[in-house]
Write a protein that binds this ligand. Structure first.
Ligand code: NDP
Ligand code: HSE
Length: 430
């Protein structure tokens, strides 16, 4: 057998410790598959004395993670610290600058700096691999870069955040509180260091921008993703959606057309007839529509130590075999710059939820705003007064341009009839 592939590992938290555990458990099989052993030689984290459930005493300890890039024995650096900039980016730049390949699970860093890092990797004929950055253990990047490489992909969409899906499906099944379920997701190691990134849709947006770039051959454009999260989804929305035949899921959706590049993360009503309605817990699922392959569905565990470590080590196996191409499936300089698409002209059905005062004329005022904007109502549910005297009105519209729905809501802004901000969710079409 040839020389081992020697790894320097930065970050020994959920994912980093998972990688060491995986290599300890499956090392022999991996060596046979890769044609050489994969061996950790050096590690770095903040606290050397922390118990991580794995023996790190056998590796060189380096205080400054960027020092791993200069480690004499290391062939490849694995960055599992997190954060778009700071020590993660410093290490990534130092690694590629030192002529070493880089594996990372850091979607924030790739979403913000992926193009720069890909150019550096390509010019040095090095690998830059980030399978774990999108959908945890699901090989969706590999699926797009390799399996679907012959297709024009028109649209890609799916459930890209395990924490949000865990929260929404638990709220749905157990009627529990949002905050209580978020703490459980944090305990299970699903959430980001700042869980606001999860629940406000930013983490899913990072992943969507990476997928869109690979799927469409366009330059990564995280800044153009329209982002919404699940913070304002309430139990009543979940109940009304269920009564109407839907489940609520945080979806990332991207398409590329003559109108431009469209990228949006937002809670959606997903019809029960769609496979994404049945994806529960921290599972992720991504649908890619290829012009020859048809609809491809990638699904599996989207977060947590084991699945994420599995994706990191799969990247290492590719590098050990010498199998890697350009990070975005085509050379970075061949990626097209595409302008963002205008969302107002998009047509779709909408779910609107209003909390209103229980008094005469309120429904007529909402209906008039919809009529004046040219939005036709398909169904309407009104629930009786709650303790504070407010009433919940949930509306599903017929298909209409998004601009018209926005106009209807704008007409109602400041109305005395409304108690609080209306909630607008898109309904996933075919
Ligand atoms: P953790 O917070 O569990 O671990 C982060 C690690 O980085 C810790 O070991 C920490 O050290 C170390 N670290 C933090 N700051 C520094 C610093 N300034 N210098 C040196 N080391 C530092 O994060 P995760 O393992 O959950 O995530 C790691 C990466 O993987 C992130 O990019 C995340 O987005 C990504 N990811 C995570 C998934 C998950 O399910 N958790 C899934 C997919 C991707 P110490 O332990 O000493 O404090
Ligand atoms: N916080 C992320 C999630 C981890 O919940 O999906 C996986 O990327």
């Amino acid at each position: 057998m040839t020389e081992p592939l020697r790894i320097a590992l930065a970050g020994l938290g959920t994912v980093g410790a998972g990688v060491i555990r995986l290599l300890d458990t499956n090392g022999e099989l991996i060596a046979r598959r890769a044609g050489r052993a994969i061996q950790v030689v050096a590690v770095s984290a903040r606290d050397r004395s922390k118990d991580r459930g794995v023996d790190i005493g056998r590796f060189d300890w380096i205080d400054d993670p960027a020092g791993l890039a200069r480690h004499a024995q290391a062939d490849v650096v694995v960055e599992l610290i997190g954060g778009s900039d700071g020590p993660a980016l410093a290490l990534a730049r130092a690694t590629l600058g030192a002529g070493k390949s880089l594996v990372t699970a850091n979607k924030a860093m790739i979403a913000h700096h992926g193009l720069e890092l890909a150019r550096a990797a390509e010019s040095g004929k090095l690998a830059l691999k980030f399978e774990a950055a999108v959908a945890g253990g699901v090989p969706v990047i590999k699926g797009l870069r390799e399996g679907a490489a012959a297709n024009v992909i028109g649209r890609i969409y799916g459930i890209l955040n395990g924490t949000c899906n865990f929260i929404l499906s638990k709220m749905e099944a157990e009627g529990r509180d949002f905050a209580d379920i978020l703490s459980e997701a944090q305990r299970l190691g699903y959430a980001e260091a700042d869980p606001g990134f999860d629940i406000d849709g930013v983490d899913a947006a990072h992943k969507l921008s990476i997928l869109a770039s690979i799927a469409f051959g366009t330059q990564p454009a995280f800044g153009d993703v329209a982002i919404g999260g699940i913070r304002h989804v309430i139990a009543a929305d979940i109940a009304e959606a269920a009564a109407l035949g839907y489940r609520i899921r945080l979806l990332g959706i991207a398409d590329s057309s003559a109108q431009g590049l469209f990228q949006r993360v937002h809670p959606h009503l997903v019809p029960l007839s769609h496979p994404l309605a049945h994806v529960t817990g921290s599972t992720n699922a991504v649908v890619a529509e290829g012009n020859f392959a048809g609809r491809l569905l990638f699904q599996g565990a989207g977060a947590g130590d084991g699945p994420t470590a599995s994706a990191v080590v799969a990247d290492l196996i590719d590098i050990a075999r010498g199998e890697f191409g350009p990070p975005y499936a085509m050379p970075a300089d061949a990626l097209a710059a595409q302008a963002p698409a205008e969302s107002g002209v998009r047509r779709g059905r909408a779910y609107l939820r209003f909390t209103v005062a229980d008094k005469v004329g309120v429904l007529a005022e909402i209906a008039a705003a919809m009529r004046d904007a040219g939005v036709s109502i398909e169904s309407l549910i009104q629930r009786g007064a709650s303790a504070d005297g407010s009433v919940l009105v949930a509306i599903v519209t017929h298909e209409a341009p998004e601009r018209a729905v926005a106009q209807a809501l704008e007409r109602l802004r400041g109305s005395q009839a409304l108690a609080g901000e209306p909630m607008w969710m898109h309904i996933l079409g075919d």
